[in-house]
Write a protein that binds this ligand. Structure first.
Ligand code: DP6
Length: 361
């Protein structure tokens, strides 16, 4: 499907009030998206695991606007009116107006809350933008008189992408691909697609324990991070390498090769940070404790032959990845040896999840 296919076609129903709510998860990229054009056309394809415990719940109430009335958009974050947090949602609404012109006909009240602490350094844009896009799609669904699931979720992913690239992947559970890649037939730069066939069941129950290394906000926005790739000496080789890694990962997922999966995840994470460190305006997002955890994980793996690996986002936190069969052993290792490196001993036990859930109201 192409961009014009996502323009709203016409109103069947015109309800005065609509209220809708979705819970949508975060995701962790194994092959990373880093580098983009415009409103999130990715420079390379990426693949992620959808998470479960880290999610955002968003409720949108829409009330028909009388002609002449100025549109009101009110934003509540964790129960309190929070116009400063609403800014991102507001600019998102402006950007998607061409695809959902009916949004202007309603006053909107948006209430959102995260399952993880705001200060944790866990990016909320993937879960937040996907939850909001799904709420707007539920409104569209009412107005259009009903869509099939395929179009509903595809357009939700398309809209979520305009809010934040990685959010496009949170629309589907388990393993998700976003960005055109010849090995993934249905893949698109405009929206993510679920990657369900030929994935070994070991990855359906994979664990991701997120070690919270450094509280507070990141020292660079992801927009600035992506922009650094525009004049980066290694940009082209990075995009090539990401393409190669997508092809490798497809085969690894099919084979259930946990060791190859973990090694690829680690290489991708280190390459992401190496790109940041080698850009025109270098920056370092790892903290000393990030490196301490990486070293401890690699050492533990070597000593005990336990399949435990790490990946990183654009921040200091470390995601510890491992299959369910070694869960107890790895949780003991984390409690015994890694927790000392976490700020206030905080970590979040997450795992692969089934994707967003519509909320009963
Ligand atoms: C390092 O999706 O947060 O997490 O599109 O500008 O909102 P924007 O960026 P964002 O970038 C995520 C980058 C990453 C890798 C990934 O999730 O693929």
């Amino acid at each position: 499907m192409e961009t014009p296919d996502f323009v709203f076609k016409g109103i069947q129903n015109s309800p005065e009030h609509v209220k809708t709510a979705w819970q949508s998860p975060s995701n962790i990229a194994i092959v990373k998206y880093w580098g983009k054009i415009g409103d999130q056309i990715p420079a390379n394809a990426s693949l992620s695991l959808t998470l479960d415990a880290c999610h955002t719940r968003t409720e949108v109430s829409c009330r028909k606007r009388e002609s002449g009335e100025k549109q009101q958009i009110n934003f509540f974050f964790e129960g309190k009116e929070a116009p400063e947090f609403g800014q991102k949602s507001f600019s998102f609404i402006q950007k998607i107006r061409g695809f959902q012109p009916f949004l202007q006909d309603y006053h909107l009240t948006i209430k959102t809350e995260n399952s993880f602490p705001h200060s944790s350094g866990i990016a909320s844009s993937a879960s937040g933008m996907s939850a909001l896009a799904l709420c707007f799609m539920s409104l569209e669904d009412e107005l259009a008189g009903g869509y099939d699931d395929e179009f509903f979720f595809r357009k939700a992913s398309f809209l979520a992408r305009i809010g934040s690239g990685s959010a496009s992947r949170s629309i589907y559970g388990k393993t998700t691909v976003w960005g055109e890649h010849h090995d993934f037939i249905q893949s698109s730069n405009l929206y993510a697609v679920p990657h369900r066939e030929n994935v070994h069941p070991v990855f359906d129950s994979f664990n991701d324990v997120i070690l919270l290394i450094h509280e507070g906000s990141k020292s660079i926005s992801s927009t600035a991070g992506h922009a650094a790739l525009n004049h980066h000496p290694f940009a082209e080789s990075r995009y090539r390498e990401a393409g190669v890694n997508m092809g490798l990962l497809k085969n690894i997922l099919a084979a259930g090769d946990v060791a190859a999966f973990g090694e690829l995840a680690e290489r991708e994470a280190l390459m992401l940070h190496a790109l940041m460190m080698a850009g025109p305006q270098p920056f370092i997002l790892m903290k000393p404790n990030t490196l301490a955890v990486i070293t401890a994980v690699q050492e533990f793996r070597k000593q005990t032959q336990t399949p435990v690996y790490f990946t990183l986002d654009a921040g200091a936190n470390v995601h510890i990845l491992f299959p369910d069969e070694v869960r107890e052993k790895v949780l003991n290792f984390i409690e015994g040896e890694l927790v000392v490196y976490c700020e206030n001993k905080q970590y979040i036990c997450d795992r692969v999840g089934n994707g967003p859930v519509k909320q009963q109201l």
